[in-house]
Ligand binder design. Sequence first.
Ligand code: SD4
Length: 336
Amino acid sequence: MLQRRRFIQTASLGLSTLFTQNLFAKNNAVKKPIVISTWKEGINANKAAWNVLRNNGRALDAVEQGVMVTENSINCCVGLGANPDRDGYVTLDACIMDETGNAGSVAAIERIKHPISVARKVMENTPHVMLVGEGAQQFAVAQGFPMEPQILSDSARKAYEEWLKKSEYKPKVNIENSGAFAPNKLSNGNWNHDTIGMVAMDAAGNLSGSCTTSGMAFKMHGRVGDSPIIGAGLYVDNEIGAATSTGLGEEVIKICGTHLVVELMRQGLSPEAACKAACERIVKRNKGNVKDMQVGFIAINKQGEYGGYCIQSGFNFAVCYGDDHNELIDAKHLMP
Ligand code: SD4
């Protein structure tokens, strides 16, 4: 009798363990490490981040080194080669956040090649979160970053000269540029973008994120968008997930976009559903008048699930995980 009871106990224990393990495998198959980033430039940025992650590196190092590739790229409008503001100055914004919830940010910084690394120094070496303009530049120099010459890249100079003819500031969907011409169109026909946002989870299961941009081309001097704002362009909560954004920054700031995405994931939404809900919030706030407005969000959660969503078609993001799998995915969009 005793033996039979013990058998039943063991059998039921076995079954429930098996059941839990199956459920775990199905619902909680943690995909890590993993890195995702905005736009096509994300593919190259992911490669650098992946080098860190696949060698058991820290997500924070991965997201810094990943977006530095884009800041360095001459063919991309993220770093110093980017289009200037309406007064002819290239001003850059960036922020970074680690697994402990620490954050650093710089805005409207000029003549510094890697704003993302300055943002990291703000996080690690100051009691502050954000430095702007001249103060950010002074800090960067004090930390050993060289001041680069104040010159526009060839493509930026041409675009600026063209823009000056009409001097119209009118953001265009998926171009983040101004006027009827499209100076960000590359010779290979692809669009170029002025922001990269990246979020990653390392092998230890820790999350971090980064975002860096030249902001909207031909913006007012001093204008700062969502990208360096913690909770707008980037948010990381190591218990839940991480999100970043791109597109018309003013709209992202008004809904605290990435903080919203992470909080929606906390309530149980998948990364894609959370990104979609944040896009819907923008559309609703604008009473559906979003014809000329693009915003895209991407996110990962603690289970290593990822997703993205945007308002208009045309936004894509790069996802890298597993066996060096690095793929560009077209985000689903709200508007037809
Ligand atoms: C900004 N969100 O400054 C940025 C622009 C952007 O691709 O994402 N461009 O508003």
